[in-house]
Design a protein around this ligand. Structure first.
Ligand SMILES: Cc1cc2nc3c(=O)[nH]c(=O)nc-3n(C[C@H](O)[C@H](O)[C@H](O)COP(=O)(O)OP(=O)(O)OC[C@H]3O[C@@H](n4cnc5c(N)ncnc54)[C@H](O)[C@@H]3O)c2cc1C
Length: 808
């Protein structure tokens, strides 16, 4: 055996070990075996053996003898690591540590365990949840007139408020023992989605009390008395809650609020010397505030007289305050664009409250930020993803129908390639949003509080909603622009910037949160290293750091080899437990997962804490993670949806689109990496054969567009769960009605087309043309009726509102 054969054998063995992420014991055993075999067989010179064994001992002895390893390596690296870590405020630390990780951690691992995703059950609803959707939700939607709400009343009408309160819409997350509906996340999401497809203002009204706010905070931290008092009243709608965090000086950086509470003694309810808090605050943008009966308030608590304990600056604290408490000013309204959900400022001047009004009581003084961060994931996983799904499905259903009935240049506009391109994006994005929504809600139902995933879901659902609604507006043209009772889309269009801004503004979420929190929470070793570095007991710190560090080094090496080998084989070495049309996509996901893990680690090593300021780089790696989540959500949806043949184009479009965007994110990252040379080297490892992803083809786009231009099971499945009406005076109903009429008349329409081509009936006037066709016996009586109905309903569907000047 030549030296080169030996080296090739050794290299192959090492690559295989690294690729399979083998333990140190297996590494040591395998290398010893190879060296022993070569020694026994006497196939190499003595000098070379000796050299090979020496190198082996120099590397593997310290690796296996822990005290030696700690002394030689970890002891020296620990201070370097401590220095490189960015400084972190308490609030940042609490935000980073909140919630749980799930499939996001697998995607960050470079070798995802697909069972984590695939073993989650298919989304289901209980009989009661289904009955609620078919009963009270259907009834609520039927009552909603978005024009009346937003233009005429600037509020929900009294019967709608009553319907919301009496049916328990405000108590979807409240347990039954307190009189709530105790719905699953899946059902909660389905309710918001359906209402959002009818009226965004109504959906926001329903959504907010079920998201981060008094109800959820009380359930998690409230004292028995607080829970028993408030939860039944909130569930029945006897109390209307709002939650005030944002202030003029503190928006995205909410922890920088200037609102204060000073612990002191005062008079309350006729009693003197009551231990309480004197509050001063100025909050704005607070949803439901103008009609709220109870305000959840976040403020900074100070205890200068040490009435609660030793600490003077207690930190962010939460309290529940009835809105009729003296000193509170409430009732004015903001106008969030033209959306009429209730929103306004809330101020308080020297408001005195007893300490028992702090959520959780005195024990939770100063714990407010941690409480908020811990509860953020549930609501963020559901509210805006569901609202986006409602908007996306509405756009897909209505735009497909409209593009089929609206003719220009004697052709349905949906048959023109330019419009088809927009229709494909609408259909594909609606599918992607729904996949994210369902998979994320299922995770919440399984007990996860997925902080990083909830940020991904919020950001990417609302951004895709933005794309869907913009495309739909383009296809509808003037019909979507002219405001009035007949307009279907303009209010949804208006809702885009609102959904982009609330629950973590999108630019911040993309630039700072997704990757920033993802790398620390999802990385299997980084948080352990950080925790070890902050450990006070130095020898425990060294032990923990050493353990995490060497596991981390093995992890990096493995991801490097996996990146290279998966890159060279186009991902084919990956063995995801997925068969059929989704398999290749799952292999690409595994490949990009290895790329992400490897590049993230290299970036940490090179940039360290400076990465926090490199928001553009961080955002791009966050995009990679998020797009991998979206592609895997599509696979999960496809698998749990029964792997339907007709859904294959949707699976393909979503995966190809997401993988292409993931590739773009990685490519952009490498192109713009702070050091060009290192960026180039990383590129060789992650993209050894160059670009490997392409966006969905025109043929695939054609297939998606066609599926929403025709009635059928695919269109119905894509838009399942939204409110649908066929009333001809309704903005959606008139389009649905015309769509059905046009489809029913399509055979007769073909005859009319042939007659036009033959020069027999050329007039553009429907009435004259249909009469002439019948007279000439070119269509029968039934076809005449169908053509008349189609012409009439299309007219009803394309007309727009106009107003007398004095009405405006
Ligand atoms: C209709 C509506 C309803 C709301 N409801 C409530 C409510 O019920 N309760 C409540 O407490 N609050 C509520 N809010 C407030 C909402 O959460 C804030 O608007 C949001 O946090 C952003 O704050 P800001 O508007 O002051 O923007 P700013 O914080 O001024 O941000 C402006 C821009 O800068 C970006 N940005 C900021 N920091 C960074 C960074 N480090 N990196 C990158 N980009 C950054 C943001 O993404 C944003 O694009 C509501 C807001 C609206 C508009």
């Amino acid at each position: 055996m030549s030296v080169s054969c030996f080296l090739i054998l050794l290299l192959a063995a090492m690559m295989a070990l690294a690729f399979r992420r083998s333990s140190l014991v297996l590494w040591t055993g395998t290398i010893v075996s190879i060296l022993a075999l070569v020694t026994i067989l006497h196939v190499l010179s003595i000098a070379f053996f000796a050299f090979a064994w020496l190198v082996f001992l120099l590397i593997f002895l310290p690796l296996n003898i822990l005290p030696l390893r700690r002394h030689l390596v970890s002891r020296r690296l620990l201070p370097v690591f401590e220095k490189a870590m960015p400084s972190m405020s308490d609030t940042e630390q609490q935000a980073l540590e909140a919630g749980t990780t799930w499939w996001d951690a697998e995607l960050f691992s470079g070798k995802p365990d697909w069972r984590t995703l695939l073993d989650h059950p298919a989304p289901t609803l209980s009989t009661e949840e289904r009955a609620f959707l078919d009963g009270p939700v259907e009834e609520l939607c039927a009552r909603l007139d978005d024009w009346e709400i937003n233009h005429t009343l600037h509020d929900l009408p009294p019967d709608v408020w009553a319907c919301i309160k009496s049916n328990g819409f405000f108590g979807m997350i409240i347990p039954r023992r307190f009189g709530g509906l105790e719905f699953s996340a899946q059902a909660h999401s389905a309710v918001v989605m359906k209402v959002a497809s009818r009226s965004i203002a109504a959906a926001v009204t329903v959504m907010v009390p079920n998201s981060l706010g008094p109800g959820q905070l009380l359930m998690n931290y409230g004292t028995k008395e607080q829970q028993n008092h408030y939860l039944p009243r909130l569930a029945k709608g006897e109390e209307v809650p709002c939650f005030a965090l944002t202030s003029p000086w503190a928006g995205s950086d909410a922890a920088a609020m200037r609102d204060t509470g000073i612990v002191c003694k005062g008079e309350f309810d006729g009693k003197k010397d009551v231990l309480g808090i004197r509050l001063n605050w100025e909050k704005r943008y607070i949803t439901l505030a103008p009609v709220a009966t109870v305000l959840g308030l976040a403020f900074k608590l100070f205890d200068p007289d040490h009435l609660l304990g030793e600490e003077e600056d207690r930190g962010i604290t939460l309290a529940l305050i009835p809105t009729d408490t003296p000193g509170m000013e409430i009732g004015k309204r903001h106008m969030p664009l033209e959306q009429a959900f209730q929103n306004g400022p809330v101020t308080g001047h020297n408001v005195f409250i007893p300490v028992e009004w702090m959520i959780g009581g005195v024990d939770y003084a100063g714990q407010g930020w941690r409480m908020l961060m811990e509860c953020l994931a549930d609501g963020r996983s559901i509210s805006l993803p569901s609202l986006s799904a409602g908007a996306g499905k509405l756009c897909a259903r209505a735009t497909g129908a409209y593009a089929r009935i609206r003719r220009q240049f004697k052709t349905p506009i949906g048959r023109m390639e330019g419009v088809e391109e927009a229709l494909a994006r609408i259909a594909g994005n609606a599918y992607a949003i729904d996949a994210i929504r369902q998979v994320t809600a299922t995770a919440v139902d399984q007990g996860e509080k997925p902080s990083v995933i909830s940020a991904i879901a919020k950001y990417h659902c609302t951004e895709r909603m933005r794309q869907v609604v913009n495309d739909a507006m383009d296809v509808f043209g003037g019909t979507a622009i002219i405001m009035g009772p007949l307009n279907l889309l303009a209010r949804t269009y208006e809702a885009i910037p609102i959904s982009i801004t609330v629950e973590g503004a999108n630019i911040l979420t993309r630039s700072l949160i997704i990757f920033g929190q993802g790398i620390i929470r999802c990385h299997p070793y980084l948080l352990k290293e950080i925790q070890a570095a902050s450990e006070k007991d130095k020898s425990a710190a060294l032990r923990a750091f050493d353990h995490a560090l060497f596991a981390h080094i093995g992890f990096m090496g493995s991801n490097k080899v996996r990146s290279l080998l998966l890159g060279l084989t186009g991902g084919r070495l990956a063995r995801p437990p997925v068969t059929g049309p989704a398999r290749r996509y799952a292999q690409h996901i595994e490949r990009l997962s290895a790329n992400l893990a490897f590049v993230s680690d290299m970036t940490l090593v090179i940039l360290g804490g400076a990465l926090k300021r490199k928001e553009r780089l961080s955002a791009r790696l966050g995009d990679v993670l998020a797009q991998l989540y979206i592609a895997s959500a599509a696979i999960k949806s496809f698998e749990t949806g029964g792997r339907l043949e007709e859904d294959i184009p949707y699976l393909q479009w979503t995966c190809e689109d997401a993988l292409y965007r993931a590739w773009q994110g990685m490519d952009g990252f490498l192109r713009n990496f702070s050091n060009r040379w290192i960026g180039g080297l990383l590129r060789v490892i992650v993209f050894p054969l160059g670009k490997f992803c392409v966006p969905p083809s025109d043929a695939l786009g054609h297939s998606l567009a066609t599926s929403i231009l025709e009635p059928g099971a695919t269109r119905d499945r894509l838009t399942r769960g939204i409110y649908i009406t066929h009333r001809s005076d309704d903005p959606l109903g008139r389009i649905e009605h015309a769509f059905e009429a046009v489809i029913a008349a399509s055979e007769a329409e073909r005859k009319r087309h042939r007659a036009r081509k033959a020069g027999i009936v050329t007039t553009l006037d429907d009435e004259i043309a249909i009469t002439a066709l019948r007279k000439g016996n070119l269509i029968n009586e039934e076809e005449e009726a169908l053509l008349r109905e189609a012409a009439q309903s299309v007219w009803q569907a394309i007309i727009v509102d106009s107003f007398d000047p004095d009405q405006l």
